[in-house]
Design a binder for this molecule. Sequence first.
Ligand code: SF4
Ligand code: MG
Length: 315
Amino acid sequence: VKHVKKYFPLSKKWFVEKKYVKAVDDVSFFIKKGETFGLVGESGCGKSTTGRLINGLIKADTGEINFQGTNVANISEKLWKRYRKPMQMVFQDPYASLSPRMKVKDILMEPLTIHYPKMSKQEKEILVKDLLEKCGISEFHLSKYPHEFSGGQRQRIGIARSLILKPELIIADEPVSALDVSIQSQILNLMKDLQEEFGLTYLFISHDLGVVEHISDRVGVMYLGSLVEIATKKQIFADPKHPYTQALLSSIPKPDPKEKREPIMLEGEIPSASNPPVGCKFHTRCPLAMDICKQKVPELKQIEQEQQVACHLFD
Ligand code: SF4
Ligand code: MG
């Protein structure tokens, strides 16, 4: 993802002064094949929009999104069809994305029918049964409807559906946020197992740092449409560099109470993405803000191997 921007106009009326929500504001990062890249930040920071841009659900204003050797940011809807198969999404609310009037097996067979019109029904059924089994849904439930399952089971079905076409990249947007904590780790472990078995690459979007820590190899932290830090999971959680990352982390409890982190209280609300602060967007809440922070946008810079930070403290 290179210099991707997506601004949403606040009003389409010509006589109203043009204002935009700067949802994704010049974002660049890459995801390595086979890894899980966790994209984290508070709600409204642009992480879901980033996922939807990559998946082609919405089009970027500018920038490149390179996937399998092609810049998919600007290709036609017709060409997109080629990338729908290798790139799939898992959503927060599987219930909303599963058709209530379809049996589970039909939900999974549908994409096969679309993409492999010549495949026999029997063949499809075998694939569906096998995949659901791997996702923890036994074959006895194939003829049930989505409402007959629990939230956790429905997410298992949502995950199975995302895998039926053998994708390479899964974009999972808050896939466990609607689930009880006890179920969350089951789903995360399932995703890890499936990743290993099928060689999947994940873009894992979440506001929950604990969840991101559980599943990610590398992490990107977003604030008001910008990536402020990218690093390995270890670096982010052991040695966060950006003041915003530090504040986010300070709010999650550590397993060892002796290691207690001092919570860093951020002042004020998140500013509006339609009118973000100039300079560093975080300067209105940053406990370490300096004069330059109000004037100059800090660029994302490499400060250690695998660690990039956008903050003037590291100039
Ligand atoms: Fe804080 Fe300045 Fe760094 Fe922004 S650039 S995070 S305001 S120190
Ligand atoms: Mg979101």
